[in-house]
Each structure stands twice: as structure tokens, then as C-alpha cells.
Design a protein around this ligand. Structure first.
Ligand code: GRF
Length: 187
């Protein structure tokens, strides 16, 4: 089974997934794609000998360039791990039911575009939530509204800062994301 990962930032989830499947003879991450030529995820992929490419808005939204890269990679699963752009419908249409995303909150709460990294954790702290968590879901045309695949929760203490919440979320992501992907691909 072939996985392609899209990421825009640090890429800790991408690295975690690559490492998890590194010696797996049935599932492998075959490519990392990013919209940010300076994203740390490029370096992480290269260090792990995974093909990594960056593309720009035109290549993603206005041409078939990224679509053709994906068609050549023949992914069984496309994973958005901290990817900041909304997937265009024409790419989603080419891979029905094969695009998933991880969101650092308990959707439908704190969903919506641009809720990336610290912003969502600040909102959780400001709203005095007593719990938060991660949501892994299918991607549809409305971004965070695709069917939920998995959620995991953690407590939010009154003394927690957004950084404390981010650390708890990160831990949940590292622990659960690869296992959820493994189950999806071996179902
Ligand atoms: C993660 O918190 C993920 O839930 C969100 O973006 C962040 C990506 O972090 N979508 P990283 O780039 O994998 O370190």
C-alpha cells in the first residue's frame, strides 16, 4: 500500500508516519509533497530517503501538475498532516475516499480553515474547555466536515497554557495517527 503525505510545516506527523512504516513490507510512505519550499518537512523526508517535492499555488490550483504527480505515485491513501491549503475538488474527485486529514481539536468544535497549530489551542484555552483532542477524518469539499475516522481526547486543566495543550495534542498525534492509518490500509 502506498501513502503520499501533504504537509506545510514542521512535519513531525509526516516523520512519525514515515518511521512507523519504514520496515513494513505492506505499507510505505512513498512521497512527501509540500506547498512551502522552506518547510522543515522537506528536510525530514530527505533525511529518511523519501522523495519530497514542493509546489506553488499555480501548480496546485490552476494546472494538473500536482494531480499528475499524484497519478504517477498511485497512492492508496493521501494524508494531509498539517497541510494549510484546501484541496481542490478536481484532485479530491480523482481520489474518492482516499484523502484524510488530522485536525488538532475535537471536530466539529474548533474546526474551520486556518485553525492551525497554536491558534486552535489558544481558542481551546480561552473558551475554558475541560478537554480537547485530535480528529482524523476524510476530506471532502468542506475541508473539516468529512466523516470522522477517529478521535482521541486529553484533559485541559485550568492552569494549562496553549503550549501545554499543544504538547498534549502532539503526544496524542504521535501515539495514534500511524496506528489509525495502518488499520485503514489493512482493513
Ligand atoms: C498538527 O497539530 C496537525 O494536527 C495539524 O497541524 C499540525 C502539524 O504538525 N493539522 P506537524 O507539521 O506534523 O509537526
Amino acid at each position: 500500500k502506498r501513502i503520499v503525505i501533504f504537509a506545510s510545516g514542521s512535519g513531525s506527523n509526516a516523520e512519525n508516519l514515515i518511521r512507523f512504516f519504514q520496515n513494513n513490507d505492506k505499507v510505505s510512505v512513498i512521497q512527501v509533497l509540500t506547498n512551502n519550499p522552506h518547510a522543515k518537512v522537506l528536510e525530514r523526508a530527505k533525511n529518511l530517503n523519501i522523495s519530497a517535492l514542493s509546489f506553488n499555488r499555480v501548480a496546485f490550483f490552476k494546472t494538473d501538475d500536482v494531480l499528475n504527480i499524484l497519478k504517477a505515485s498511485k497512492p492508496d491513501l493521501i494524508i494531509l498532516a498539517g497541510f494549510l491549503w484546501k484541496f481542490p475538488q478536481f484532485i479530491l474527485n480523482a481520489f474518492p475516499g482516499k484523502v484524510i486529514n488530522i485536525h488538532p481539536a475535537l471536530l466539529p468544535k474548533f474546526g474551520g480553515k486556518g485553525m492551525y497549530g497554536m491558534h486552535v489551542h489558544e481558542a481551546v484555552v480561552m473558551k475554558k474547555e475541560t478537554e480537547t483532542g485530535i480528529t482524523i477524518h476524510y476530506v471532502n469539499e468542506n475541508y473539516d466536515e468529512g466523516a470522522t475516522i477517529f478521535q482521541a481526547k486529553c484533559a485541559v486543566l485550568p492552569t494549562d497554557t496553549p503550549e501545554d495543550v499543544a504538547a498534549k495534542i502532539h503526544k496524542l498525534e504521535m501515539e495514534h495517527f500511524p496506528k489509525v492509518v495502518d488499520k485503514l490500509l489493512n482493513a
